[in-house]
Design a protein around this ligand. Structure first.
Ligand SMILES: O=P(O)(O)OC[C@@H](O)[C@@H](O)c1c[nH]c2ccccc12
Length: 267
């Protein structure tokens, strides 16, 4: 089989993690995590927002492997603050550098500029990264089912819970969804983008949503551009959204966020 972008990411990520561990051993990162800013409730913020309107996890995203540079004028603190002004419930901050031009420091900068809870958006394989996320201030971590085993997923989830954080479990197909439902996190993200091919179809949320049981918070992720897209996804039970590119391309991010969230379909 040919190597996918996800395979390439995993290869460099494991090397990065090994290098990070030799620079800052786990005990050191744990000490930093204990001293970090207290956890802000991430899932709760979405639940509260989607009972009144839409929950938005607004993504601080400079570039992506499929689109290249998305936003030239990029200051994580300014963007995060614009998202908060526009009514976002939570932040997502890319900390991966090789594929997304993100940085670990962006997470801390973005979160410190707001009162919003923040997701560390990165490819997680090792509990070390989860503790590191908390040390950077993260309130939630991402678990991409396409790139971890069941055992890894539950280990990462348990570590997030141990540190008081939430975990967003991301799926793209039925098999990943079934594996995700064996975990206990209520936060379930359906990624409309296939991370192996970059094909993006909102049909992914439409198709998979009917297999999501009651009690999970369904988050539609990627490729969402307009209020009409959100209304469409809401018909399928997703009232929370993870959105990056379409907001990052707007000159006035606060106004674009406000416009996107205005006039939610009734719950
Ligand atoms: O920029 P978009 O199309 O609005 O998508 C945001 C987010 O869903 C996307 O960045 C994403 C979803 N899952 C990921 C996993 C890793 C990196 C990035 C992602």
């Amino acid at each position: 089989m040919t190597e996918t972008i996800l395979d390439k990411i995993k290869t460099y990520k494991l090397l990065e993690i090994a290098a990070d561990k030799s620079k800052a051993p786990l005990a050191e990162v744990e000490t930093a995590a204990q001293a970090a800013s207290p956890v802000r409730p991430f899932a709760k913020a979405l639940i509260a927002a989607q009972s009144r309107g839409y929950g938005l996890i607004a993504e601080v995203k400079k570039a992506s492997p499929s689109k290249g540079l998305i936003r030239e004028n990029f200051d994580p603190a300014t963007l995060a603050s614009a998202y908060e002004t526009g009514g976002a419930s939570c932040l997502s901050v890319l900390t991966d550098t090789p594929s997304f031009q993100g940085a670990k420091s962006f997470l801390t900068q973005a979160r410190n500029a707001t009162t919003l809870p923040a997701l560390r958006k990165d490819f997680m394989y090792d509990p070390y990264q989860v503790v590191e996320a908390r040390a950077l201030g993260a309130d939630c971590i991402l678990i991409v089912m396409a790139s971890v085993s069941d055992a890894q997923a539950s280990e990462l989830e348990a570590c997030a819970f141990d540190w008081g954080m939430d975990a967003l479990i991301e799926v793209h197909d039925r098999a990943e969804l079934d594996r995700a439902l064996a975990l206990s996190s209520p936060l379930l993200g359906i990624n409309n983008r296939n991370l192996k091919t970059f094909e993006t179809r909102l049909g992914t949320t439409r198709d998979l949503s009917r297999h999501v049981p009651e009690g999970r918070i369904l988050i539609s992720e990627s490729g969402l551009n307009s209020p009409a897209d959100l209304a469409d996804m809401a018909k399928y039970g997703a009232r929370s959204f993870l959105i990056g590119e379409s907001l990052m391309r707007q000159p006035d991010v606060a106004q674009a966020t406000r416009t996107l969230l205005a006039n939610p379909v009734p719950a």
